[in-house]
Every structure is written in structure tokens, then in C-alpha cells.
Design a protein around this ligand. Structure first.
Ligand code: ATP
Ligand code: ZN
Length: 303
């Protein structure tokens, strides 16, 4: 039986993630790569942590900041757009900040953009004076308008923002954009970026004062480890000592070149590379005297 939400003993960490949607799968994979595993519950809302005392709550992304603010969850994985919007709303209502982004997670990238009808000629924010702008992000938009000194009407819509200009309920929109295909299909064009967003690991504004502090710290370290490793490759090869200067030139963007004594007076070499190592790079290294080249994925590391 899952413990009732909000009243569980606080010797376990509780992380809220999106139940289904764009962030659901990558959030789960990230946490699994951090060594967490769960027992699935039948209600599919609460997953009890098996490998560590870290449980999952599967919810709508919009609910995640509020769950952290109320202390129902300790951490959450949510878009920066959602976190900033709800933080902005709190500020506008005179409430103290209740959560903060602890880490950018490198997935769920999108931008919150102003988009205008195709036929508009965009000349800058001053053009928005007196217009009606449809958005699901009223706090972020209102803050931006205020900072730009523009007086425009914010029309709050919870969905289908992009059809508002065609329906005549707004003149332009402020919405999330990734490929821009939805905008184009609605005869709109993006003209100004208000926010670069990605999924973030969010936590409360204050620190934990019990067992959860240690659990959260451990998880953050593991998250950092996973994020760092994402594109890291270990490159290993052998070479004669004379080939070293040429090989070092080819590898100047990689990490330090570690040299170990190899067979028959040759060297055994290894270095860490950020990003993919292409066939072309391997062939260049081979031409410069590298032998037995091997590229290995790094599975785990603690910095
Ligand atoms: P829920 O049912 O959880 O409320 P939703 O419809 O609000 O789902 P999704 O469409 O799955 O949510 O988007 C979740 C998050 O994914 C967004 O808040 C945003 O951070 C990110 N995202 C990335 N690209 C896009 C995009 N093109 N449109 C919308 N969100 C995007
Ligand atoms: Zn949502």
C-alpha cells in the first residue's frame, strides 16, 4: 500500500515527475540512470523506491511547483517555463519564493516566444502597445511587458493559444515553440524570445533538515555524474614515442593525454573526449601513428 500523500514519514525523498507527456520518459530514464528503481503501484500515481528510499509521484507537470511549495514533494522535474511562471505568479501575489531550479537537465528544450501573424512586419516590442496577447504564461509575459514598458492586454488561455489570432480573441500570441511547425501551420511567425527553457530538477527554496538532505545531495551528485557522462568517450590506443607530438596536436581539444608504458617500448595512451569521436578522427589518428584505437562509452563516474 502506498503511504497517503503528504503524511508519509520524512525519511524518504519524494520526487514529482510528469505522468505522461514530453518530460515523462526522459525524467524516468535520468532517475533510473542515477541508480533508482521502483515498485510499480496499481494506481500508477505513486512508485515506491526499491533501490533507495526515493519515491516517485506521477502528476501533471503544472502541479509540480505547487507540490514542492506545499512540501508534498521534495524535488520535481519540470520545465523551466512552468517553474518561472508559477514563481512569477507567487511574486505577483506577494508570496515568498518557494522553489528553485537546482540543475538544468538538457532535455525538454523549447523557447517561450512572441509570435505574430505572418503579414506583420515586426519592428520591436514598442509595436505591442495596446495589443491583445494570448498566452498560457501570463506572469512571465506580464513581467516582460512591464520591463519593456509596454502596455498590452494579456489574454490568458489554457490551451490552443495558437488559434487565438484567427478567432479574433487576440492579435498575437506568446507560446512555447520547439520546431515552429505549429506556428507555421497557423500562419504565425516567431519574432521575439522571452525564455530559453529546458527541464530542470527543482527543489524547495530552503534546505532539508532531516535524512532527506543527504538523499538529495547524493541524488544531485549522481545527476551531475550522469549529465557529465552523456557525451563522454574514453579514447585508448598505442603509439611509438616519436608519434606523440603529432597525436597530441590532433587531440588538443580532448582532455589530458595519459601515457603508460606499453609493449615493446611503445606507449599505451588514453584520453577523455567530449562528444562523439568520428571515423574520420580515428583515421587521422591512425595516419599519425596511433594503433589499436578504441572508443569506449563511460558508464559511471564520480567527480
Ligand atoms: P500535462 O498533462 O502534464 O499537463 P502538458 O500538455 O502540459 O502535460 P507537455 O506538452 O508534455 O505538457 O509539455 C511538458 C513540457 O515540455 C513543457 O512545459 C515544456 O517545458 C516542454 N516542451 C518542450 N518542447 C515543447 C513544445 N514544443 N511545446 C510544449 N512544451 C514543450
Ligand atoms: Zn501541463
Amino acid at each position: 500500500m502506498s503511504p497517503p500523500i503528504g503524511t508519509a514519514p520524512r525519511d524518504r525523498l519524494r520526487i514529482a515527475i510528469q505522468k505522461s507527456g514530453r518530460l515523462a520518459e526522459p525524467a524516468r530514464s535520468l532517475l533510473a540512470a542515477c541508480g533508482l528503481s521502483w515498485r510499480e503501484s496499481r494506481d500508477k500515481l505513486f512508485c515506491y523506491g526499491e533501490s533507495l528510499p526515493v519515491d516517485l509521484l506521477l502528476v501533471r507537470d503544472d502541479d509540480i511547483p505547487g507540490l514542492i511549495a506545499d512540501g508534498v514533494c521534495d524535488l520535481g522535474i519540470v520545465g523551466r517555463n512552468e517553474l518561472d511562471e508559477q514563481a512569477g505568479e507567487r511574486i505577483r501575489n506577494g508570496l515568498p519564493p518557494a522553489y528553485r531550479a537546482l540543475r538544468g537537465l538538457g532535455f525538454g528544450q523549447c523557447r517561450l516566444m512572441l509570435a505574430v501573424p505572418d503579414e506583420w512586419e515586426w519592428t520591436g516590442p514598442a509595436q505591442l502597445q495596446g495589443t491583445r496577447i494570448a498566452t498560457s504564461y501570463p506572469a512571465i509575459l506580464a513581467n516582460w511587458l512591464q520591463a519593456e514598458g509596454v502596455d498590452a492586454q494579456v489574454v490568458e488561455l489554457s490551451g490552443s493559444v495558437e488559434i487565438a489570432p484567427r478567432l479574433g480573441t487576440a492579435d498575437l500570441i506568446c507560446d512555447l515553440v520547439s520546431s515552429g511547425a505549429t506556428l507555421a501551420a497557423n500562419h504565425l511567425k516567431p519574432v521575439h524570445n522571452l525564455l530559453d527553457s529546458e527541464a530542470v530538477l527543482a527543489g524547495p527554496a530552503g534546505a532539508f533538515d532531516d535524512v532527506r538532505a543527504g538523499l538529495a545531495q547524493m541524488l544531485l551528485r549522481r545527476v551531475d555524474g550522469v549529465l557529465q557522462l552523456k557525451d563522454r568517450k574514453l579514447l585508448m590506443f598505442n603509439a611509438e614515442r616519436e608519434a606523440l607530438p603529432a597525436l597530441e596536436r590532433l587531440l588538443q581539444d580532448a582532455g589530458p593525454l595519459v601515457q603508460l608504458p606499453g609493449a615493446n617500448g611503445a606507449l599505451s595512451l588514453q584520453t577523455m573526449c567530449e562528444g562523439a569521436v568520428s571515423w574520420q578522427q580515428l583515421e587521422e589518428l591512425e595516419r599519425a601513428g596511433a594503433r589499436g584505437l578504441m572508443v569506449l562509452a563511460v558508464e559511471r563516474s564520480l567527480a
